[in-house]
Design a binder for this molecule. Structure first.
Ligand SMILES: Cc1cc2nc3c(=O)[nH]c(=O)nc-3n(C[C@H](O)[C@H](O)[C@H](O)COP(=O)(O)OP(=O)(O)OC[C@H]3O[C@@H](n4cnc5c(N)ncnc54)[C@H](O)[C@@H]3O)c2cc1C
Ligand code: FES
Length: 274
């Protein structure tokens, strides 16, 4: 694979062409998208890219997507997305060889825990799994041990290819716990219930979470009660994606707002007015 657009300085946000290498359904209404693009060069775990989907001139907003993995040597980025509306539906129709553009790397991503020797806990809900997988790779590379909880409404919505790869990343004495709301796979119930059990068994140094906001609010509350640091990757509707429109505001405990696109998407959960 070779990049189609020249790479900007590492980490500098820019406009990059991409070519679709693969785009296939991997769970109910969830797709794995692999692109070849120079945007791969500067991406850090937890950052996102803003993808243009061609085919409808009235749809001018780009789609913000987190990534699960990058392979800068081969200019490759892997993303997973759920079909929720018109843009993601048209994205799912892009075939291998289709071209478009992505803006990135965008936002601020995950940080390593302050205490590297401590065990961490990752909690993903639904299509929040891709950035959690990127966090897992970041932690594994740094030699930080972690458990992971992966939740979905039902088995058909679990992104198994990514879950299996996550299982390969955890240390021998750690584990990945799957939970579904209806009990069709793994534990029956919410990720918060599993987290309550795990925090009673282990002393965690930091929690990393991404998923539906209501889930992250619960995860943040359990972490706060246990005095565990918590980083949360938030989702907002995004207009511009670079801090100009004020459309992606996140209310803060200290008063005022931060922008999800520039100050986030990863926030210290204690700072967010959930
Ligand atoms: C930083 C960031 C990273 C993201 N990463 C991923 C990812 O890795 N995989 C993935 O599947 N999705 C991800 N999303 C969400 C994704 O961007 C939206 O699902 C997508 O933009 C919807 O576009 P659409 O045109 O299909 O839907 P639209 O027609 O625009 O909207 C359909 C419905 O989804 C709601 N919606 C749209 N965008 C958002 C949003 N950003 N937050 C909450 N609700 C929204 C709308 O209110 C509407 O109800 C991310 C969002 C952000 C902000
Ligand atoms: S999307 Fe415009 S300020 Fe964040």
């Amino acid at each position: 694979m070779s990049p189609r657009a020249p790479a900007g300085p590492r980490g500098t946000v820019g406009l990059h062409e991409f070519i679709v290498m693969a785009n296939e359904e991997v769970a109910r209404d969830a797709y794995r998208l692999e692109i070849s693009s120079s945007v791969s060069q500067g991406l850090e775990a937890g950052q996102f890219i803003n993808v243009a989907v061609p085919g409808d001139a009235s749809h001018i907003l780009r789609i913000p997507l987190s990534f699960s993995r990058t392979d800068p040597a081969n200019a490759c980025v892997e993303l997973f997305y759920a079909i929720v509306g018109e843009g993601t539906r048209r994205l799912s129709a892009m075939r291998a060889g289709a071209v478009s553009t992505a803006v990135g790397p965008c936002g601020k991503g995950w940080r390593l825990p302050d205490e590297p020797a401590a065990r961490c806990l990752l909690v993903a809900g639904g299509i929040g799994l891709p950035p959690i997988f990127a966090a897992a790779e970041m932690l594994a590379r740094a030699g930080v041990r972690f458990d992971a909880i992966v939740g979905a409404q039902t088995e058909a919505k679990l992104v198994f290819p990514l879950i299996h790869d996550l299982e390969r990343l955890v240390a021998d004495d750690c584990r990945v716990v799957v939970a579904t709301d209806d009990g069709s796979s793994g534990s029956k119930g919410f990720t918060t219930t599993v987290m309550e059990r795990l925090v009673s068994e282990h002393a965690y140094g930091c929690v990393y979470t991404c998923g539906p906001e209501i889930m992250m609010r619960g995860i943040a509350a359990i972490a706060a009660r246990g005095r565990i640091a918590c980083q949360a990757s938030l989702e907002r509707m995004m207009g511009c994606g670079f801090g100009a429109c004020g459309g992606c505001n996140v209310p803060l405990i200290s008063g005022g707002y931060a922008s999800c696109c520039m100050d986030g998407p990863v926030f210290d959960a204690k700072a967010v007015a959930w």
